[in-house]
Design a protein around this ligand. Structure first.
Ligand SMILES: C[S@@+](CC[C@H](N)C(=O)[O-])C[C@H]1O[C@@H](n2cnc3c(N)ncnc32)[C@H](O)[C@@H]1O
Length: 216
């Protein structure tokens, strides 16, 4: 019934978070989405943007995937249901309120093939010894990517975690006037061992950076 009414009147429930401010779960047109005050986090336009990114990489070569920024877990749903990716996913998320919402509202629960780690992504990539074939970087606080994730130390640590020929999908953000500069900084910080393609205004808004680490 709630789903039916949502086509007429979207209904929103609000949840406080010390890290992300007020989180909103809205039932709209029969679908639940997760938003912050100014941004869609999951199951809306953000999910479409990352899905477009996933079409640019070869998931058949991916055995171990790292997702930085769990949010409501919409890209996990896409990976499992749309892209039929059934191998391992490790998701790192700093906000316990978000991890709880992902579980209670969107059914994202840990399993043998899904580890959800409550940690700061910057710290995680610095200390993890595991290797990944694909890293999806989707780290926002409201509309902003914390600037530390554009810096050399983070980029170098991501590179260390990647297998040869491994890929990254980096949701760089939506400040279009600054995107050109950000892309330049990022490609420099990742270094010459990468081949990059970037896609501005994906789904009308965000810039995606897709990178592949060379085999040598
Ligand atoms: C846009 S949402 C991610 C959406 C998610 N990828 C999906 O598919 O639904 C951005 C997430 O990044 C998380 N985040 C921001 N800074 C972080 C950090 N330093 N470490 C880990 N997660 C962080 C936020 O708490 C938020 O859940």
């Amino acid at each position: 019934m709630k789903k039916l009414f949502s086509y007429l009147w979207p209904s929103t429930r609000r949840f406080p978070s010390e890290i992300n401010g007020t989180l909103e779960v809205t039932y709209v047109n029969g679908k639940k989405v997760l938003d912050t005050e100014n941004a869609n986090y999951s199951y809306g336009s953000l999910q479409k943007i990352l899905e477009i990114g996933l079409t640019k990489v070869d998931l058949k070569c991916v055995d171990n995937l790292l997702l930085l920024g769990l949010g409501g877990g919409s890209i996990i749903q896409s990976l499992r249901e749309t892209f039929e990716y059934q191998k391992n996913i490790t998701a790192v998320e700093i906000d316990p309120a978000i991890i709880k919402l992902a579980k209670d509202e969107f059914g994202i629960t840990e399993s043998e093939k899904l580890q959800v780690i409550e940690d700061d992504a910057f710290k995680f990539v610095k200390t993890s010894k595991e290797k990944f074939d694909l890293v999806i970087i989707d780290l926002f606080i409201d509309t902003n990517v914390p600037p530390i994730f554009y810096e050399k130390e983070f980029c170098e640590n991501i590179s260390k975690l990647l297998q040869k020929n491994g890929s990254i999908i980096f949701n760089v953000g939506m400040k279009t006037e600054k995107d050109a500069k950000t892309i330049e900084t990022l490609t420099f910080n990742f270094g010459c061992g990468f081949k990059f393609q970037f896609y501005p205004k994906v789904n009308g808004t965000n810039t995606l950076l897709i990178g592949e680490k060379s085999a040598s």
